[in-house]
Design a protein around this ligand. Structure first.
Ligand SMILES: [Zn+2]
Length: 506
């Protein structure tokens, strides 16, 4: 007898439907074979499935059992096929009604006693199931929340094989997990640092507001102890909340990495801060089983690189493609994979290896050659992709001890959201969302400058010998300042401010 069961896997971030065909032949030496490019974990399913079925109180038929995972040319990885294989064997040997398998998809690893263990990559498969109009999804309990935001699915948390068999045979029905409506989710209001906690550093805070509003990459430069790290960690508190599509997009990445916390989706914009000893693969992704790197885990959020020049040059150079394209392409034997990587790069660096170059009170102990080498570690093309460069000077003691408080993050965020709203209208029907993502063509099409602003920019080109790239960057930042100010045109003082944020090497 033959049975067909739907399951799924992921290629990159996309779900792929897998048909698990199980044939139980009446004659021949009893055996269990899995075909269809299984990896070792899939092949080991044989033993888990066999033991789980027996320990659930059912019998494995004494026949030749063949399991085919189709499409056959796609490599199958991991343990999530245990459940569909077990269900297929039970259906093919007449222990589960085959009709019960229509319109259903199964995913999950089995323990030897027949309990379900969580697996990775559930969310992309759940989204696919909804697209393919497959109504019922049977998942390990710990994975069911991943599908709770997706409409048109009945998503069943399965404790063990025994419960599932009773349900499929209509003997004891399980209830689907209650769906979560987007509007019922509470907003996140907890952040590690608030702008209110940071004394002084008004220019840096202003630059951070601009970065948050236009999703511009930002470089903070200053001596140790000036508060660069604290400022950086406060950035998430002024970023707008993610919309539903962004939440699903980001959660898919965390789902395939098995990084969803509390078995839920990612609500806050990611803030990733890898150490400078990270490998190239760790940063941009790859490996023998290609996995997303930090740039993709930071998608729609912030990638914070503290001590920027300490990262090996080869690692930093690998950032160029994801910064430019908003995605990473990883080639592997069976074709290439693409992961999204639209992140805000927030880099922090000391002015020199010891950190005190240009400090008003402490003196720098570095040799001139070392300083030059240190600065050269970050290549021009990489610096070019950073729109805002800001000095974070040491804070004067009076300011540190003053009780004078700054502006709360939530107030800054309100302005950022207003500026984002203007951008949303500007870029509707386009693949970009923010000013920071504009290329030169979009700058020409959408940015309008006042006559005075044009004059100022012309002067700057000759006086500061601005490169073409700096020219466009200045206009982009000017546009974000105009959006923050609620203006339709870019005024001269916006350009003047934008010019302050250029890299001094420009
Ligand atoms: Zn120094």
């Amino acid at each position: 007898m033959l049975a067909k069961v739907f399951s799924g896997t992921t290629i990159g971030l996309e779900g792929v439907l897998i048909e698990v065909e199980v044939d139980v032949a009446g004659k021949g030496f009893p055996s269990l074979t899995i075909v269809g490019l299984p990896d070792k974990a899939v092949d080991e399913a044989k033993d888990r499935v066999r033991t789980a079925i027996i320990n659930t109180g059912f019998e494995i038929p004494d026949s030749r059992i063949t399991v085919n995972l189709a499409p056959a040319n796609l490599p199958k990885e991991g343990s999530s096929f245990d459940l569909p294989i077990a269900i297929g064997i039970l259906a093919a040997s007449g222990m589960i009604k085959k009709e019960a398998l229509d319109n259903s998809l199964f995913l999950g690893e089995l323990s030897l006693e027949g309990r379900l263990r969580p697996v990775t990559g559930v969310m992309p498969v759940a989204i696919l199931a909804a697209q393919k109009k497959i109504k019922n999804l049977f998942l390990p309990i710990k994975n069911t929340m991943e599908a709770a935001l997706i409409d048109d699915l009945d998503n069943f948390p399965v404790f063990d094989l025994a419960d599932l068999i009773l349900h499929l045979n209509g003997e004891k029905l399980m209830l689907p997990q209650e769906r979560i409506s987007w509007s019922s989710l509470t907003k996140n209001e907890e952040y590690e640092f608030d702008f209110l906690d940071i004394k002084g550093q008004e220019q840096a805070k202003r630059a951070m507001m601009i970065a948050a509003a236009g999703f511009h990459n930002l470089h903070l430069k200053g001596p140790p102890g000036a508060g660069k790290t604290m400022l950086s960690r406060a950035l998430p508190s002024i970023l707008p909340e993610m919309d539903k599509d962004e939440v699903l997009e980001v959660s898919k990445i965390y789902s395939i990495c098995g990084l969803l916390k509390n078995d839920f989706f990612v609500r806050c914009r990611p803030f990733r801060s890898p150490h400078h000893t990270i490998s190239r693969i760790g940063l941009v992704g790859g490996g023998t089983k290609p996995a997303p790197g930090e740039v993709s885990l930071a998608h729609r959020g912030v990638l914070f690189l503290d001590e920027f020049p300490e990262f090996p040059r080869s690692v930093l150079e690998a950032l160029r493609q994801p910064l430019e394209d908003g995605r990473v392409t990883i080639s592997r034997a069976s074709g290439s994979l693409t992961f999204p990587s639209r992140f805000l790069l927030l880099a922090a660096s000391n002015p020199c290896p010891c950190g005190y170059l240009g400090h008003p009170k402490k003196s720098c102990r570095c040799l001139p050659g070392t300083i030059l080498k240190y600065k050269k570690r970050i290549s021009g093309p990489l610096l070019d992709r950073i729109d805002l460069h800001v000095d974070v000077p040491p804070v004067e003691e009076e300011k540190l001890s003053s009780f004078e408080s700054g502006v709360k993050s939530c107030k800054v965020r309100e302005r950022v959201i207003q500026a984002r709203e203007k951008q949303r209208k500007r870029f509707q029907n386009l693949p970009i969302k923010t000013n920071g993502e504009m290329g030169s063509a979009e700058v020409r099409k959408y940015c309008r400058l006042t006559d005075k602003a044009v004059d100022l920019l012309k002067q700057a080109i000759s006086r500061l010998s601005l490169s073409a790239r700096s020219y466009f960057k200045t206009i982009k930042i000017g546009q974000t300042i105009a959006d923050l100010d609620g203006q339709d045109k870019i005024e001269a003082n916006f350009i003047a401010e934008a010019l302050q944020y250029r890299a001094k090497e420009d």
